[in-house]
Design a protein around this ligand. Structure first.
Ligand code: FES
Length: 282
């Protein structure tokens, strides 16, 4: 028996937004019954080009249903631009986590969303858009797809890759290629981390630290939030703990927790100190 969170169980037992929209603006279908999982996602936009309604039909296990349900809850009300930024990690985080062996369910949700957006933008109805060279012939996965999963989830082993996207879970003929992809992504990441560390000042006084945090929020964070109708205020700084408050659209956004971690905290850790943590004033 899998160790599911209460939220996974809730979304499996009471899935939200099940079904199919008539005359949808976008349709995305991924997976296949032969592989054991399949998902069809349909959405409708409102006059402001936000996702007014979204529904799913999933064939699969409890985590596939819960991931699809969570995805629809996350993207409802978003613009397609924002929805396109949702990662499989966001889906898993929304559910309070998924067992490693079930992470491919969250990846399937992200792929269905990508396919539905692609369908809206180009009219393409391809079940699965193949970009790059097919590496895993058993599951039809390309180097680009495996690379994205490795990068977004910081994967280190072939076994993890199999858990997240099934690649490597058949004959094993693609192990070497998957290992090379992992090595290349992790090498790139190490370079980026080295570069970021070199940008950080060696030692800051408290005053310098406060000034730098204010500067990064004003120049690197606020413009991105304002572009989406939101804003942010710096409330307090206690040691390495930074307290902020979201304003405007960001105040009621379902993705606020992720913005806090992946945008605000990530920027401050990159430019000020790796030990910075950011919390939201409630
Ligand atoms: S080619 Fe990847 S498992 Fe067979």
């Amino acid at each position: 028996m899998w160790d599911y969170t209460e939220k996974v169980k809730d979304h499996f037992i009471n899935p939200r937004n099940v079904g199919e929209i008539d005359n949808p603006d976008g349709v995305g279908e991924v997976g296949s019954l032969a592989c054991g999982d399949a998902l069809k996602l349909t959405f409708k936009l409102d006059a402001n080009k936000r996702i007014a309604d979204v529904k799913f039909k999933t064939f699969g296990c409890a985590s596939a249903i819960a991931s699809s349900s969570a995805l629809t809850e996350i993207i409802k009300g978003m613009t397609l631009e924002d929805a396109a930024k949702v990662t499989n990690k966001d889906i898993a985080d929304y559910l309070g986590g998924l067992p490693d062996q079930k992470m491919h369910c969250s990846v399937m949700g992200k792929e269905a969303l990508e396919a539905a957006i692609e369908n809206y933008q180009t009219g393409s109805t391809k079940m699965h858009k193949l970009e790059g060279r097919v590496v895993c012939k058993c599951f039809g996965l390309t180097d680009k797809e495996i690379e994205t999963v490795v990068r977004e989830n910081d994967l280190l082993t072939v076994e993890q890759v199999t858990n997240y996207c099934k690649a490597g879970g058949g004959c094993g003929g693609c192990y070497k290629d998957i290992e090379l992809i992992i090595e290349s992504v992790q090498g790139e990441k190490a370079q980026i981390a080295k570069k970021a560390a070199s940008k950080r000042p060696a030692k800051l006084t408290n005053i310098q630290k406060i000034q730098l945090i204010q500067e990064i929020i004003a120049e690197q964070v606020r413009p991105a939030l304002k572009a989406d109708g939101g804003d942010i205020d710096l409330i307090d700084i206690i040691g390495d703990d930074v307290v902020v408050a979201f304003r405007g659209m960001c105040a009621n956004c379902k993705m606020a927790e992720l913005t806090l971690r992946d945008v605000v905290q990530a920027k401050l850790q990159e430019y000020v100190s790796e030990s910075i943590t950011v919390t939201e004033q409630r």
